[in-house]
Design a protein around this ligand. Structure first.
Ligand code: ASP
Length: 584
């Protein structure tokens, strides 16, 4: 037996017991005649004590130990004279009777401790060493717990876990596909799934009723911060359901995860908000509702006072930043620059300060103190608050205000990682018009059903009508992050064909790319709908981290590379030839 206990297990109650442990040497401290060794495994750290009275062989081996050596140690559990309250095993140590090096280690390129001295790139190259660190071990343990709870809950709800293929046909869902050349079918390619969307719908056609899978998805997107080219979804689909059934079922899942993983009891039903309300009140379709600071439309109130910027704007809106009236001129100038950044895109910032010595604004020339008071009242502003106003084209300005709202919340520390505010957002537009390519794109994906009441508009010949069609789609939002999204699906072959027509596919193209699913809908497809959650992101949020990389054992870097494997990489000419990708 390699060990009787783990390195995280021993307490005072084990005093006097003979034990055997195995693990990695975290640190060796020589203090005169004493040597203390911290022995680590995934369960914790236990101190080993070697002193003058230890067997000669033990003293010799201890003297030769280096960091990350793998050792087996046998000895007696004794009470420590110098207790360490910071670790659970801190009351005891092992008086070493025998010490056996199972494997030596080269000096690790960085310290394997909670705060490592290694940079990101270096740690990524030695990911297997980085993974020994406690924060990463905790992250992967949390991920494991989440996965187990997801399975247990969905199983209790009669979902079946069914795997779907990775080598499929390219069916674009918004992003680019990763493709795989087929040796046996020269010149032809598989695609890796962006999600199992069509398969899960086919499983509904096949009568499986409730499906789920914790599944890898692949999207060849330009990488933004914190996106991975392969990521994991909790992918789910249900037949014979309406939106309400789906929201209830997955609210149940979320509540269970909150309870069992975080110990947070969410008794209330999750709030719900239409997409239109989210845009109007928060300037964003995934609002963080842990704090208020909502957008107020003041267009009607401020026009007609000869301030050209407002008079020519389609929309003028403001937010009231609580307690920020003390913002200095310099800070306001800096904020004004911030909103002009291309990502935000506002032209300028107007402020009203409700300071102790009276109301002050950057538009004093155009508005009397009384009028400014009225604006402040519209925003429910109080003494000491700061009002920030943007103007311009409606949607863009709402979005810019939404970003400003988040920025101010970050600056004021209103986004606390131990507070959770889940939210359902629903009734998204079905389509987005792209001016550049002059065509509609599905906002969610082409299998999302239009709201039944919008079907006449969906069949209209007028683009403006089609643009107004709402989707029976919903997102699950947590603390300003979209964690999941789904929809009630089209299950009627004709409606699906109309969808492809609206998306600008010719009949032949639609047939070539999606014939299999349109065909399946002709053989008794039940009404169905589903949802998929971003598993990596959900784990990160529960772990209180911004980045998903720590929650993936072997992630890619920001450029989509695995720096440990050094992939992607060239393949040799024999392989290329076999795949008919080169003839040299
Ligand atoms: N397949 C969709 C996605 O990956 C989710 C869904 O509609 O269920 O976003």
């Amino acid at each position: 037996m390699y060990r009787t206990h783990t390195c995280g297990e021993l307490r005072l109650q084990h005093k006097g017991q003979e034990v055997t442990l195995a693990g990695w040497v975290q640190r060796v401290r020589n203090l005169g005649g004493m040597t203390f060794i911290d022995l680590r495994d995934r369960y914790g750290v236990t101190q080993l004590a070697v002193n003058e009275d230890s067997p000669a062989a033990v003293k010799e081996t201890a003297g030769a130990l280096g960091r990350e050596f793998v050792v087996q140690v046998a000895g007696t559990v004794i009470e420590r004279s110098n207790k360490n309250a910071k670790i659970p095993t801190g009351d005891v140590e092992i008086a070493v009777g025998s010490l056996n090096v199972l494997n030596a280690s080269g000096t690790p390129p960085f310290t394997i401790e909670d705060e490592s001295d290694g940079g990101e790139e270096l740690r990524a190259r030695y990911r297997y060493l980085d993974l020994r660190r406690q924060p990463l071990q905790n992250a992967l343990k949390l991920r494991h717990r989440m996965a187990q709870e997801v399975r247990a809950y969905l199983d209790s709800q009669r979902f079946l876990e069914i795997e779907t293929p990775f080598l499929i046909k390219s069916t674009p869902e918004g992003a680019r596909d990763f493709v795989v050349p087929s040796r046996m079918n020269p010149g032809e390619f598989y695609a890796l799934p962006q999600s199992p969307q069509t398969f899960k719908q086919l499983l509904m056609v096949a009568g499986y009723d409730r499906y789920f899978q914790i599944v890898r998805c692949f999207r060849d997107e330009d990488l933004r911060a914190d996106r991975q080219p392969e990521f994991t979804q909790i992918d789910c689909e249900m037949a014979f359901v309406e939106r309400e059934d789906i929201l209830q079922t997955f609210e149940g899942l979320a509540k269970r995860l909150f309870r069992s993983v975080l110990g947070v009891e969410l008794a209330q039903a999750f709030p719900r908000m239409s997409y239109a309300d989210a845009m109007r009140q928060y300037g964003c379709d995934k609002p963080d509702i842990r704090f208020d600071m909502r957008l107020h439309d003041i267009t009607g109130r401020v026009k007609g006072k000869n301030f050209a910027v407002f008079d020519t704007a389609e929309y003028i809106g403001g937010i009231c930043v609580p307690g920020a009236a003390g913002y200095t001129r310099k800070q306001l100038d800096e904020l004004s620059e911030w909103v002009k950044r291309p990502q935000i895109g506002a032209k300028g910032l107007v402020y009203i300060r409700l300071a102790e010595d009276g109301i002050k604004s950057s538009i004093d020339k155009f508005y009397t103190p009384g009028e400014l008071q009225q604006i402040a009242a519209t925003l429910n502003a109080k003494q000491d608050d700061l009002i920030l106003i943007l103007s311009g084209e409606k949607k863009k300005t709402q979005e810019a205000l939404g970003s400003l709202r988040m920025e101010m919340a970050n600056r004021l520390g209103l986004r606390k990682s131990n507070e959770f505010a889940p939210l359902w957002v629903y009734d998204f537009p079905l389509l987005e018009w792209d001016a550049e390519t002059q065509r509609f794109y599905a906002m969610h994906h082409p299998f999302t059903a239009p709201k039944p009441e919008d079907l006449p508009k969906f069949y209209s010949a007028d683009r403006a009508d089609i643009a107004q069609v709402n989707a029976n789609a919903y997102d699950f939002v947590l603390n300003g992050t979209e964690i999941g999204g789904g929809s009630i699906r089209i299950h009627d072959a004709k409606v699906q064909q109309r969808m492809f027509e609206v998306l600008g596919f010719s009949k032949e193209e639609a047939e070539y790319k999606f014939g299999f699913i349109i065909n399946a809908f002709r053989y008794g497809a039940p009404p169905h709908g589903g949802i998929a959650f971003g598993f990596d992101r959900w784990c990160a949020l529960f772990g209180g981290q911004e980045t998903i990389r720590d929650y993936i054992a072997f992630p890619k870097n920001n450029a989509g590379r695995d720096v440990m494997l050094d992939a992607p990489a060239k393949i040799d000419s024999v392989q290329l030839k076999e795949l008919q990708l080169s003839n040299s």
